[in-house]
Write a protein that binds this ligand. Structure first.
Ligand SMILES: [Fe+2]
Ligand SMILES: [Fe+2]
Length: 539
């Protein structure tokens, strides 16, 4: 289509206006706007720059098309109005996925007066383009009645390129809103601080409780067996005493005759001071490990009415007999264990769920860009490798894992094209990328329980020499976990393929880390990373 010659001043004004929208759109992507704010402001700008009387954005929701924003004189009542499949010009655009200019609506059979009847507006001409996301039509933009020049091929092209930008922004905001929602759901679900403080390995905790019970009861051996609901067996969780290690390998079917099995089935404590006289006694396991059982005190482990296992004390020392005081004491211990093990079990389940949720979120974000796929997982691997080499505690490793998985969550706000761009980035694009640690911090802010990891995410692009961002922190002023993540992050960035180059070999990347010790990286951490990586990859 031949472009109409415009007055140069007008053309300049138009170009400026176009730039203004593009500029605003790219900025709005990296900031924290709601969908309504985004579309509202966008349509305002559109009307101003295109100099039209009215304009709207329509979106599909649950396979129905409706006016999401309607601007201009009398347009208000249209908001949230539904458009039937193929109805009117805009319905046609969404149905066919084609753009259209209708200079005189009276001459076009697709036009419907229905919407003018609702608003009292008089539509004369329409320019409408579809909103397409990865081939899927998600809605349309339409503008009505240009104030001066009639709609031209140029205006159509311009609106189409705006449409392609705005869908990215829309998708970004959707993703951001969804992420926030998921995180606030997590708020209710997880008490992460609790998971972290009580993630002491179950074994250690149980072992120490059982050890003190051995002393209190003055017995030769003590064991704790938990019900494996899948196989209906009792499984040794703790076995203290001379033959403890060997006996731990056994699994005892609950239905098989045994004192432990009887207690697990009946939920009642039992004292057997001479096992030879009790038909429920099963000598099999003791014989196998060459251990002679004489007397047994066995109590159930219950949570509410559910039996989760049994605790067994064997052979009271000096041939004494178990009495009801021993039984009460042991029952109390069993009770504590039941509660503790349920808590740890619960916490382990929650932890698994938490990491599952976080991982699926991260995958969704990384899917935006093929070049970052798997990045956060790999950074996490490197960070944990370094964390273990530094002998961080299990609790600290949980925090480190969460922080590194989420370190780039703020990239959700960076325009899609920017992340995978081949050409050098503009200043504006750099700004938007540098914003991601702060955006990440903002996303996590409402999740009270993980607020302790926010600083690690906020500062993962600080440099040891103070030349990083966002706060130009330096040296050990930068949180330890951020310094750890920074190394894993850069190592992965160097060794992965990018749109503009192939990934470096691990050997060369390690050399780069070596070179930047003390400037970009914490010199000690970098050294440990290099050694550990070499050691575990035989480089
Ligand atoms: Fe980052
Ligand atoms: Fe990163």
């Amino acid at each position: 289509m031949k472009k109409k010659i415009m007055d140069p001043e007008e053309e300049l004004a138009r170009a400026k206006g176009e730039l203004k929208i593009f500029h605003w759109l790219s900025r709005s992507c990296s900031s924290d706007v709601s969908m309504d704010e985004l579309l509202d402001k966008f349509t305002d700008l559109l009307l101003e720059v295109m100099k039209v009387e009215a304009g709207s954005i329509l979106l599909q929701r649950d396979s129905r098309l409706f006016f999401k924003v309607a601007k201009g004189k009398k347009a208000k009542p249209l908001k949230e109005t539904a458009v039937k499949h193929g109805e009117g010009i805009v319905g046609w655009v969404v149905k066919t996925g084609k753009s259209v200019i209708v200079r005189d609506v009276r001459k076009d059979r697709r036009f419907t007066t229905k919407f003018d009847e609702i608003t009292g507006f008089k539509t004369k001409s329409i320019l409408a383009v579809p909103l397409k996301m990865k081939g899927r039509i998600m809605g349309a933009i339409e503008i009505l009645n240009p104030a001066r020049e009639p709609f031209s091929g140029g205006s159509l092209e311009f609106l189409e390129s705006l449409a392609s930008q705005v869908v990215i922004a829309i998708e970004n905001v959707y993703l951001l809103e969804e992420t926030k929602e998921r995180f606030s759901e997590m708020n209710a679900l997880f008490d992460v601080s609790h998971i972290i403080t009580s993630s002491i390995a179950q074994e250690t905790l149980l072992n120490s409780i059982m050890r003190s019970a051995t002393n209190m009861l003055e017995v030769e051996a003590i064991s704790l067996l938990l019900v494996d609901g899948l196989t209906n067996e009792l499984v040794f969780k703790v076995a203290l005493g001379e033959k403890g290690r060997k006996i731990k390998e056994f699994r005892i079917p609950i239905d098989e005759t045994s004192i432990a099995g009887w207690v697990a089935k009946n939920g009642k404590p039992i004292i057997v001071n001479d096992v030879m006289e009790d038909t429920r006694f099963n000598p099999h396991y003791g014989q196998k490990v060459d251990f002679r059982t004489k007397s047994i005190l066995c109590v159930p482990l219950k949570i509410k009415d559910r039996i989760i296992g049994v605790a067994e004390a064997i052979n009271k020392k000096d041939d004494e007999r178990f009495d009801s005081r021993d039984q009460d004491l042991f029952a109390t211990v069993a009770n504590q264990i039941a509660m503790a093990s349920e808590n740890t079990k619960l916490n382990q389940d929650l932890e698994i769920m938490l990491f599952g949720t976080v991982a699926s979120l991260v995958t969704a974000i990384e899917a935006k860009d093929t070049y970052t796929k798997g990045h956060s997982e790999r950074v996490t691997e490197y960070a944990l490798m370094l964390g273990r080499a530094l002998k961080l505690s299990e609790d600290e490793l949980v925090i480190l894992r969460l922080s590194s998985l989420l370190h780039d969550i703020g990239k959700i706000g960076v325009m899609e094209g920017v992340l995978s761009k081949k050409d050098p980035l503009t200043e504006e694009e750099w700004k938007s990328i540098r914003q991601h640690p702060a955006t990440g911090a903002k996303i996590l802010e409402p999740v009270k329980q993980i607020s302790n990891i926010i600083p690690f995410i906020l500062h993962h692009h600080e440099r040891y020499d103070g030349k990083g961002y966002p706060d130009c922190m330096s040296g050990e002023g930068i949180p330890l976990f951020s310094r750890i993540i920074a190394i894993g992050d850069t190592f992965d960035a160097m060794t992965s393929d990018r749109p503009y180059r192939k990934g470096l070999s691990a050997q060369i990347a390690l050399g780069e880390i070596e070179k930047n010790r003390g400037t970009q990286f914490d010199p000690h951490l970098a050294e440990v990373f290099i050694q550990t990586y070499r050691g575990s990859n035989e480089l």
